[in-house]
Design a protein around this ligand. Sequence first.
Ligand code: CDP
Length: 215
Amino acid sequence: SRCVVAVDGPSGSGKSTVSRRLATGLGARYLDTGAMYRAVTWAVLRSGVDLHDAAAVAKVAAEIDLAVGTDPAAPTFDVDGTCVDVAIRGNEVTGAVSAVAAVAEVRRLLVDRQRALVEAADRIVIEGRDIGTVVAPDADLKVYLTASAAERARRRSAENAADVAATAADLARRDQHDTTRAVDPLAQASDAVELDSTALGIDEVVATIREQLLA
Ligand code: CDP
């Protein structure tokens, strides 16, 4: 039967790992919406337009061919035929993505794409910041995944082999940026199940979500 699971939460809360593993277990598609904002950001940086010129940024977003792969075993992102899977995790993109994601026209374009991908899938786990509130308000299950700021910085710095303090500062900056813009994509859906993963392993989080799906 059709099943849409929305997973929202801040950076380093474990969204991607949990969502991918959940999708694999459910035989579902997997969509990382953050990677879509990152791919557009990669294209904006490549184009050389001013990050703060909203019209120019929106034009880049509208003109690129963004191909999205939703297999949880191998999620892929291509911009105009170039695989950007590695580049979109780099510091340059990470430093610019919040500004690009704040452009209303970029959000409109990507939310449309995301809704179409949800529509086309029979089962899908979709993760991001505004999934339960904007992209898939009718999801069968909405999860809001959190973890303490210290634990989120620890996880993210381990992933990137980066300094914990610098990572903590970057996460705080993006959380702040992501929560204070006009359209707040970090707002929590009132019907989301909140799950604090600070002291939980990935498998425990996935198991808890699966129990919620059966409930
Ligand atoms: O890697 P991390 O979990 O920190 O973030 P991400 O999920 O890759 O998303 C990168 C950025 O894209 C976030 O900091 C947000 O600014 C933006 N984003 C958004 O605005 N809406 C979404 N649905 C997903 C991401």
